[in-house]
Design a protein around this ligand. Structure first.
Ligand SMILES: [Zn+2]
Length: 234
């Protein structure tokens, strides 16, 4: 990581550590009153996996692997900062019900299982991690898409604010998630889907494959989660 790239990361990390310190120093501020929503838990969803590799880069890099690598970094940061989190998958292999024979049936069964997991977790905030692609190499940048549930747009704004601190970030305007994304349309909690970059763009692809950029993204996502969760308690 270049020296110039460290400043925003250090700033975000300081913010994250400070928020955690405040939570421990003033536990009463963070105690939910009776009937208040449950303690937030960040559900990290690495898109695709198993029989579904997602988008594929010109060099053969599969979206599912990048999604998982970034998601595991977010999970590790949450553990480090004492934040509640859960994963919809932790490996590239997925178990499917025996009746799911075709790839389409497997994808449907997997989507249903992820919805069930998210909707079964009180206090869930969903962060779905994906990569974009385009027929041409030109388009690049990160885009946050938000679900229809209450709080989703605010969560998207928190993620946008956080990632805008990254050096040389190209941000595409946040937008509602397309109707076709089953998971996002069927969860009841605040939910965002982040298209971290374009696998079809050489500049984005190189960054997305680098440890340094994956760490920066993960830190931004964890910081956004903390900021949103703190704000929703007030
Ligand atoms: Zn995807």
């Amino acid at each position: 990581m270049k020296k110039a790239e460290l400043a925003p990361v250090a700033l975000l990390l300081s913010f994250a550590v400070l928020m955690n310190a405040v939570a421990h120093r003033f536990p009463k501020l963070w105690t939910a009153p009776a009937m208040a929503p449950s303690r937030p838990v960040l559900v990290i969803d690495p898109g695709h996996g198993g029989a579904d590799g997602g988008a594929v880069a010109p060099d053969g890099t599969e979206e599912s692997g990048l999604n998982l690598a970034i998601a595991l970094r977010v999970e590790a940061l949450c553990a480090l900062l004492g934040l509640e989190s859960a994963m919809t998958r932790r490996t590239e292999e997925l178990d499917y019900p025996p009746e799911a024979g075709t790839i389409r049936e497997k994808k449907v069964a997997d989507s249903h299982a992820r919805v069930e997991l998210v909707n079964g977790l009180p206090g869930a905030l969903l962060l779905s991690i994906h990569q974009n692609t385009y027929p041409g190499a030109g388009p690049r940048g990160l885009q946050v898409l938000y679900g229809p549930g209450e709080g989703s747009e605010a969560l998207a704004e928190a993620v946008e604010r956080s990632v805008s601190a990254l050096p040389e970030i190209s941000l595409r305007a946040a937008a509602p998630v397309p109707e076709s994304v089953y998971l996002m349309k069927n969860v009841s909690c605040p939910a965002v889907l982040v298209e971290c970059g374009f696998l079809s763009n050489p500049q984005d692809l190189e960054r997305l494959k680098s440890d340094a950029y994956q760490k920066q993204l993960a830190l931004c996502f964890a910081a956004a989660y903390m900021g949103y969760a703190a704000g929703s308690r007030q």
